[in-house]
Design a binder for this molecule. Structure first.
Ligand code: TYM
Length: 339
């Protein structure tokens, strides 16, 4: 990376449903930490959301709810920029240019498209196919250098790096776009479903019991953890013995991450216990972490004017940066720009 590039953090979250524990532990918790040391831009990516059909009323509500979630988790909108993607037109403009830089071969390797489109890929939107180009545009529009994400976004980040490099090479503008670094939590890069430890926790899994939503109350959290799939063996003393026990590994990982201890220490403490005991402790730490956030989200949601104002102010700030960079990109590409 160009050593003179200013550090800028960018990340986005889709407003397609309630934020869950995976979003928080895998990404948003890190968004909050990064504010202490870098300039940060956090985006509610509504253009990404419509790659699969969204009910317009629901979408509007979800944009505000996600904004409330950002703030409730600790993102300081006075320090960092919070805005919704569609209110800054530069995202769509740069995405088009990147559609022309990116290669069909690169797109066809994207595993998330294959997962999301499923068997019916002929019927998937074209937007879903080129979604990673829009994601690259989100990041590079602000010349972001660091991108905090969960592990599931790693391949998209690699593509953003390839696009930045190809643009810089094709147009002979060395270092124009920085090559963005993914920031993925080492200890817990992927929170898994509570029903199936081989699948990631996601908004799209049908059963509510598969995930902890940030707005779940104490009773729901306790119930979901009680029902979480485990196996009949007690908790082992060695990490290696968790190899073929994905559900057990997931719950122990979540516990270790939230209590900020190593897995070794958690196993020292829990080895030999059966899961019902451990689940009580896990519920306690989850309730203590999640419930205050959920309460704040619910409070913030009552004041949509306040949330709209935050988004408006964020969009104004983001647009200033975006317009300047889009103009430079247009000049580089050879378009005629006007005052
Ligand atoms: P999205 O909305 O699916 O998820 C938002 C963030 O939460 C992380 N995440 C998880 N982390 C760990 N375990 C899980 N089970 C889990 N589920 C979700 C995601 O990795 C993500 O960091 N394409 C992105 C949004 C996006 C974006 C961007 C991100 C659009 N433009 C530019 C970074 C930079 C997405 O769909 O995230």
């Amino acid at each position: 990376m160009n050593k003179n590039a200013k550090s800028v953090v960018f990340s986005g979250v889709q407003p397609t449903g309630n934020l869950h524990l995976g979003n928080y532990l895998g990404a948003i918790k890190n968004f909050v930490e990064l504010q202490k040391k870098m300039e940060c831009i956090y985006c509610v990516v509504d253009l990404h959301a419509i790659t699969t059909f969204q009910d317009p009323k629901e979408l509007k509500k979800n944009i505000l709810d996600t904004t409330a979630g950002f703030i409730a988790c600790g993102i300081d909108f006075k320090k960092s920029i919070i805005f919704n993607q569609s209110s800054v037109s530069g995202h769509a403009e740069l995405a088009w240019i990147f559609n022309c830089v990116s290669r069909v071969g690169w797109m066809s390797r994207m595993t998330q498209f294959k997962e999301k489109a499923g068997k019916n890929k002929e019927n998937a939107s074209v937007g879903l196919y080129v979604y990673p180009n829009l994601m690259a545009a989100d990041i590079l529009l602000y010349k972001a250098t660091h991108v905090p994400v969960g592990d599931d976004q790693k391949q998209h980040l690699e593509l953003a790096r390839d696009i930045a490099q190809k643009f810089n090479n094709d147009f002979k503008v060395k270092d124009f776009f920085p090559i963005p670094e993914p920031l993925i939590q080492k200890k817990l890069s992927r929170v898994m479903s509570l029903r199936d430890g081989t699948k990631k926790m996601s908004k799209s899994e049908e059963s509510d019991y598969a995930r902890i939503d940030l707005q779940d109350g104490e009773d729901e959290i306790v119930k979901k953890i009680k029902k979480a799939k485990t196996d009949s063996s007690p908790i082992p003393s060695k990490i290696d013995d968790l190899k073929n026990r994905p559900e057990a590994l997931n719950l122990l990982n979540i516990y270790s991450f939230i209590t900020d201890t190593t897995m070794e220490k958690t196993l020292d403490k829990m080895a030999g216990k059966d899961f019902s005991k451990f689940k009580n402790e896990l519920s306690d730490v989850l309730v203590a972490t999640v419930c205050p956030i959920g309460k704040k989200i619910k409070e913030l949601k009552k004041d949509s004017k306040y949330l709209l104002q935050i988004l408006q102010e964020g969009a104004n700030k983001a647009d200033l940066i975006a317009q300047k960079n889009v103009k430079m990109v247009k000049e580089i590409v050879g378009f005629i720009t006007h005052q």
